[in-house]
Ligand binder design. Structure first.
Ligand code: 1CP
Length: 350
């Protein structure tokens, strides 16, 4: 079995009555990194230039396949993540999306689902599904393929603001002022995301991740309504369609009870951000849930003894636990590629 999937099935067979699969204290965890394909790699920058715009790269199956494979070829990660973006869903729903060079995403802001439609979602995202299908054939046989989408709240923050924001104020204001319109917006994102992720799995994705990058901007009841319920609806919708693959939830920097988040959403893996308290997570999150994360991307930039120390700490804290080595957030562009090589050596040296 692929190492990545073995870790997931190992955890799934843990039960709470004390019958446990034996776990080697010196286990080597599977490793992949969020944003492992991207601007820190010279081969990515070269292909990106050839493709034209960022969206052109995402919608070109041959280029997107190649970019996904680049970090696998260079480093031999245990998993490859489909090269795409969370903002392809708004694009597929009919919202205008573009990327300003050096500035990030821009969208024509919406205040409801009124101008959006599910009619063309499947057809619009066909090239992405083609990329998944190609990858399911071209990846090394030991490499697991991860499909993904944005969690609805995070996607909605961009759709309402028309861009990335430090505090997600426009979406929070809309949810507060007109909860019905906002619910309509969330419902259409949930529906499109279920179709999209089911198609990714049908084409060969073996694990799915839902990126909730802006979980920290909601608390209490609003967090339940807009972060927990929509992710639960996606998990439930996929299961109702017979999609059985493990699902990774990543509520970055959320201040909620993580055991509760896992129980309510139904995810099998919990992604931990840089600031998560690992010891508390090991104690509080049930053992049949796999933990993932949480190396600081800036420690990867620094390298040297700081990196050695941080990897040692993560391994020590997660010893005896099924976990996946990863960062607490995406790789930053200034990361020296050789530090990634070093990280893999440190993780795999047992
Ligand atoms: O080449 C470039 O200049 C574009 C940079 C880039 C890349 C490489 C963007 C624009 N998106 C991506 C790829 C991407 N995005 C992946 C590919 C797979 C991999 O990890 O290797 C994934 C999973 C994403 C997910 C994504 N896009 C998230 C969630 C994760 C996170 O980083 O928090 C978010 C919030 C986005 C939106 C987005 N797309 C791109 C940028 C720069 C942003 C962030 C904008 C902002 O909030 O300021």
């Amino acid at each position: 079995m692929k190492p990545f999937l073995k870790t997931l099935s190992g955890a799934a067979t843990q039960d709470e009555t004390g019958k446990k699969t034996e776990l080697d204290k010196n286990q080597v965890p599977p490793i992949w990194l969020m944003r492992q394909a991207g601007r820190y790699l010279p081969e990515y920058r070269a292909l990106r230039e050839q493709a034209g715009g960022f969206l052109d790269l995402c919608y070109n199956p041959a280029f997107a396949e190649e970019v996904t494979l680049q970090p696998i070829r260079r480093y031999g990660f245990d998993a490859a993540i489909l090269f795409a973006d969370i903002l392809l869903i708004p694009d597929a729903l009919g919202q205008k999306v573009w990327f300003e060079t050096g500035e990030g995403p821009r969208l024509d802001p919406v205040v409801s689902a009124q101008s959006l439609s599910l009619d063309n979602v499947t057809q619009h995202l066909e090239p992405i599904i083609e990329t998944v299908s190609r990858l399911s054939h071209s990846l090394p046989k030991e490499t697991t393929l991860i499909g993904f989408a944005g969690a609805p709240w995070t996607v909605a923050t961009y759709m309402v603001a028309g861009r990335g924001t430090p505090d997600q104020a426009p979406a929070r204001a809309l949810a507060e002022k007109d909860p019905e319109a906002f619910q309509g917006l969330m419902d259409i994102i949930v529906a499109a995301t279920i179709d999209y992720l089911a198609a990714q799995v049908e084409a060969g994705a073996e694990v799915l991740q839902l990126f909730e990058s802006w979980a920290a901007s909601l608390h209490g009841e609003a967090f339940e309504l807009w972060c927990v319920a929509p992710v639960a609806a996606i998990v439930e919708g996929l299961r109702a369609r017979g999609v059985q693959v493990p699902i990774i939830g990543f509520p970055r920097a959320a201040s909620c009870d993580m055991a509760d988040y896992v129980a309510r959403t139904g995810v099998q893996v919990l992604g931990l951000d840089t600031h998560a308290d690992r010891k508390a997570m090991v104690k509080n999150v049930p053992e049949n849930i796999v933990l993932q994360g949480n190396l600081d991307p800036l420690v990867l930039v620094e390298g040297g003894t700081a990196l050695e120390q941080a990897v040692g700490d993560i391994k020590a804290d997660f010893a005896g636990r099924h976990y996946i080595f990863n960062l607490g957030h995406g790789i930053v562009p200034q990361t020296p590629p050789e530090h990634v090589q070093k990280l893999i050596e440190l993780v795999r040296q047992g």
